[in-house]
Design a protein around this ligand. Structure first.
Ligand SMILES: Nc1nc2c(ncn2[C@@H]2O[C@H](COP(=O)(O)OP(=O)(O)OP(=O)(O)O)[C@@H](O)[C@H]2O)c(=O)[nH]1
Ligand SMILES: [Mg+2]
Length: 451
């Protein structure tokens, strides 16, 4: 999940490191250092699992240490290592990069690109400081007697301070990259401003500090953005239960975002937790909609309240609420027809369902794959009907991550659940900490869905 944002965050730290090292080199303010070199992600991993990792052999953390079988000639491993150090990126023109970003590179294409890069790099080798250090590294082959990787780690003879000049271009690039990953404009600007404020003025002694500070600055910025306070649906069910009332939840959104599937998933989710949900088939508009939601209700084993196709969806919702009250059921899930925010009649109909059924919770269901469109739709629905929260579906297939990062921040309403697949169990209660780890860890954590 969210590979695109992960890559972009990591690239920002690489670029800043290159920029500062290059400047220090020109100032004769650079010395190679023997020590451990962390990548952006291994730094994050250390943070997260510090205690466990500390117990292990430190060399396990190092990408370089794993490459003990490196050939003398330029090998795929060496190429990979150079890529990590950001070595090639300085030789790429911005056009090349834009082109590269615009397509999802297959592994073969990446290999080809890297081979071309190797040729370019070899021509430049004689004159370039990093190439010189690369040659030195070759002799040592990066692994010292105690198994520590030594290559590519520098310290500064005189302490350096990160200045606005160092970060300006890099942060502009980051902003562009975030926009390409479908992050909303205001969110991208917020990330960039926050990272800039954090980084500028920081004093650095070693090249590793740059990665560390960039990692922390980005992580802090994103943590702020994705942490929108709000009650969980479970807390709300419990609160209503104390009053002897069902929690009434109405789901809205444009066509095909996953409203009906999400209702099936939530009915299953809460049934397993000991509650008794009832579903209202209030999409009386689309052909086959009543049959579809009935199919889910039957599969999961919950009651469905339905009328005929074309009947008044508000009346169906009202009946479902009455049924839940009469039967002491704790949760009413109201399915509604998909509608474009521009369709005035259907938007008015939606407002009527709200007026009649008086939901405690109005949930906008957005498709994460539609990126910035999902954020824009959420804005429009929020303006029209004042939504309380968001469920983002198809997060399992979302490699960009832009909507997940932006949607809550833009409308100032929390994400409540993430849809993470097509099965009934494929729903995950949103957790900002989990999301942050998804964005800042190299390994995709398996999506754990509580039974
Ligand atoms: N991969 C994936 N697919 C999903 C997810 N949620 C829903 N889908 C799929 O999205 C498609 C549309 O889902 P529906 O539940 O019919 O969407 P809807 O919003 O009710 O659609 P309308 O009623 O037409 O507005 C279905 O094929 C679902 O299986 C999810 O979290 N992940
Ligand atoms: Mg539907």
């Amino acid at each position: 999940m969210f590979e695109s944002l992960k890559k972009k965050f990591s690239r920002t730290s690489e670029k800043l490191e290159e920029e500062i090292i290059e400047e220090a080199e020109a100032e004769d303010n650079l010395q190679e250092e023997k020590g451990t070199r962390f990548s952006f992600f291994s730094f994050g991993r250390k943070n997260k699992e510090e205690k466990e990792e500390d117990k292990e052999d430190e060399s396990n953390l190092l990408p370089e240490a794993e490459d003990t079988s490196m050939d003398e000639e330029t090998s795929a491993d060496e190429v990979e290592e150079d890529k990590k150090s950001g070595f090639f990126s300085r030789f790429r023109s911005s056009d090349d990069e834009a082109e590269e970003d615009s397509e999802e590179d297959s592994e073969e294409e990446v290999e080809e690109d890297l081979e071309e890069d190797i040729e370019e790099v070899q021509e430049e080798k004689k004159s370039h400081f990093w190439s010189r250090n690369k040659d030195k590294d070759k002799n040592k082959e990066d692994i010292s007697a105690d198994g520590e990787a030594t290559g590519g780690l520098f310290s500064f003879v005189r302490e350096k301070t990160i200045s606005e000049k160092h970060v300006e271009d890099i942060l502009f690039e980051l902003e562009m990259e975030l926009l390409q990953a479908d992050v909303a404009m205001e969110v991208a600007s917020e990330v960039v401003d926050s990272v800039k404020n954090d980084l500028v003025g920081k004093k650095i002694k070693r090249s590793n500090d740059i990665t560390e500070y960039t990692f922390l600055a980005l992580r802090n910025a994103v943590a702020e953005i994705i942490d929108i306070p709000g009650k969980s649906m479970t807390e709300m069910i419990e609160a209503k239960k104390q009053e002897g009332e069902p929690l009434v939840v109405m789901f809205v959104g444009i066509n095909g975002t996953g409203k009906t599937t999400t209702i099936g998933k939530l009915a299953n989710y809460y049934l397993k937790r000991g509650y008794t949900p009832v579903i209202a088939a209030s999409d009386t508009f689309r052909a086959g909609a009543i049959e579809q939601v009935t199919y889910h209700a039957d599969n999961v084993g919950v009651k469905i309240i339905k009328h005929k196709k074309g009947s008044d969806p508000a009346a169906v919702a009202f009946d479902a609420v009455e049924h839940a009250k009469a039967q002491g059921k704790e949760l009413v899930l109201i399915d509604t027809a998909g509608r474009m925010q521009t369709n005035t009649n259907l938007m008015d109909e939606m407002k009527k369902i709200k007026r009649v059924s008086k939901p405690d919770l109005l949930v906008f269901v957005g498709d994460a794959l539609t990126g910035n469109d999902a954020t824009e739709q959420a804005k429009k629905f929020n303006e029209a009907i004042d939504i309380d929260g968001v469920i983002l579906t198809k997060a399992d297939a979302d490699s960009k991550g832009g909507a997940s990062l932006s949607i809550g921040y833009v409308i100032k309403k929390p994400i409540m659940f993430l849809g993470v697949g097509q099965g009934y169990d494929d729903i995950k209660e949103y957790d900002a900490e989990w999301m942050l780890n998804q964005l800042f860890s190299e390994d995709d954590e398996a999506i754990e869905v509580e039974e």
